[in-house]
Write a protein that binds this ligand. Sequence first.
Ligand code: ACO
Ligand code: KIV
Ligand code: MG
Length: 565
Amino acid sequence: MIDHPATKYHPFPAIDLPQRQWPSRHIGQLAQAPIWLSTDLRDGNQALFEPMNVERKMMFFERLVACGFREIEVGFPAASQTDFDTVRRLIEEDRVPEGVTLMVMTPLREDLIERTVAALRGARRAIVHLYNATAPLWREVVFGLSVPEVMDLVDHHVRHLRRLTDAVPETEWVLQYSPETFCMTELPVSLQACRTALDAWDAGPGRPVIINLPTTVEVATPNVFADQIEWMDRHLPRREHVVLSVHPHNDRGTGVACAELALLAGAQRVEGCLFGNGERSGNVDLVTLALNLYTQGVHPGLDLSDLPALVQVAEQCTALPVHPRHPYAGDLVFTAFSGSHQDAIKKGLAAQRPGAPWAVPYLPIDPADIGRSYEGIIRVNSQSGKGGIAYLLERDHGLVMPRRLQVEFSAVVQRHADASEAEVTSAALWQLFSRHYLSPQGAEGAVTLSSWQVQPGPQGGVRVRLSLAMGEQRWAAEGEGADLLQAAAQALAPGLRLGAVSRSSTGRGRATQHWVLVEGAAAGAASTAFGASHDADVERATLQAVLSLACRLGCLARPAEAVEA
Ligand SMILES: CC(=O)SCCNC(=O)CCNC(=O)[C@H](O)C(C)(C)COP(=O)(O)OP(=O)(O)OC[C@H]1O[C@@H](n2cnc3c(N)ncnc32)[C@H](O)[C@@H]1OP(=O)(O)O
Ligand SMILES: CC(C)C(=O)C(=O)O
Ligand SMILES: [Mg+2]
């Protein structure tokens, strides 16, 4: 990098647009979604290592149609036999549903325009997309053309197309004209090129034209593009016969912002690709744009309710992966690792009522709306806190942990995560919880409750007799108390003080599991801990929870007369 970038790179000049309107408009107030044009099979395709073959194009086309795209640019038929054959197959095999229009692209060369029109023979309706570069750099360096020569080029080739298409009246023809590198072209020159195309086509009733304004290479901030679009919207002649379209690229990473501001500025149509495929850093991502609209309350008119399937088709056809952090579609975008996010998501999901406006912290969209699941929303590693841990155990095991148990167990998980330097999966969390709470450990190994008897106590409470085992040893313990918990505490660890108890159950009928979580402190000790158990039998769950507590506090009483088995 150089020390003084201003000597090499000049800022893009501001646009003189008195009383610009777009900044005071709001995307959520759009009367309707824009017309979408997918250029996956043309601009996306021309940016691939291996352009798609006919089969892949067909598969992609069908998925686009299923999503609700009504205008699809299927290729550059004069460029390759594959593209030509794709168009022919779509038409000859009647694969273009009613209401869907094919678009194809051609540069301004008579022979290429002729072959393009030939490819469309038999189409009900077709958009022919003509483009030529208009920006000074291209005029001077690439083509060596003056502005009048550029206009002659446009006029000549649009008229040529008109003659060819007028000869095929059974097809409904639409002209699309793009001043390529529009964003870098002087606005009056762009306007003149568009006017030339409109005049040459004689745009009017029954002769519609799409004027498509690309940021062929994105070179300015999105507000500049919005100004350019509003300027064109104000100045374009025959405006009522023109659909004003934009075609943002993403060189500065602001393709989506350009498209959104362009919509505020008067654009009616957007061209782009799924997941932002396309030349260099891509075309604008239509999925992000559509779902951005959706989350502002505007239905995009596309069906993205099975986004994972769409990702799969796009990845298969383009051989390019969708980034795990890609908005809405990436594998990780509904996943929180960090503790405070997990905590807020967990609380938000619990507070979200069916049918109420969506308001879950850190989740701008309900994942279910786009075929994503809540699975994997919360994942645990060393950046996580108690909220995420509690969420996973509740989701996968019905364990509703009281706050103080969450705090206690999260310290166990934190030690484990720090040591392993890896994600702690839900299965690993369960193993940790089971080891620490559900498999009570005495001095010589695991302690198990073999059987028990419960009777009314002489003073009106409860009396229990427990049969216990640890390794080869067996013993019995008896206790009395106001309830089963107190009686078990007296039997297992005299002086054990019980605190908060929480109970919950999961499953139904014979599959019901009862959870019992009990906090307590050993006789004479201040620090507390939790014991936990779950069982189909609520009495067993209760007794085992106290056993778990006594073992965790290290105060399990074992009578001297414990017998060897
Ligand atoms: C911004 C965009 O995405 S524009 C679309 C870009 N897409 C593609 O180019 C994919 C398909 N293209 C192709 O298959 C080929 O480039 C073809 C068939 C169009 C032309 O092939 P070739 O004749 O071999 O030329 P080449 O590929 O070198 O293209 C450059 C030529 O096209 C001319 N050209 C470029 N754009 C245009 C245009 N819009 N109108 C007329 N001519 C053009 C250039 O001036 C150059 O002409 P020259 O050879 O007389 O100097
Ligand atoms: C609209 C066409 C010419 C294009 O792909 C572009 O300019 O990026
Ligand atoms: Mg492009």
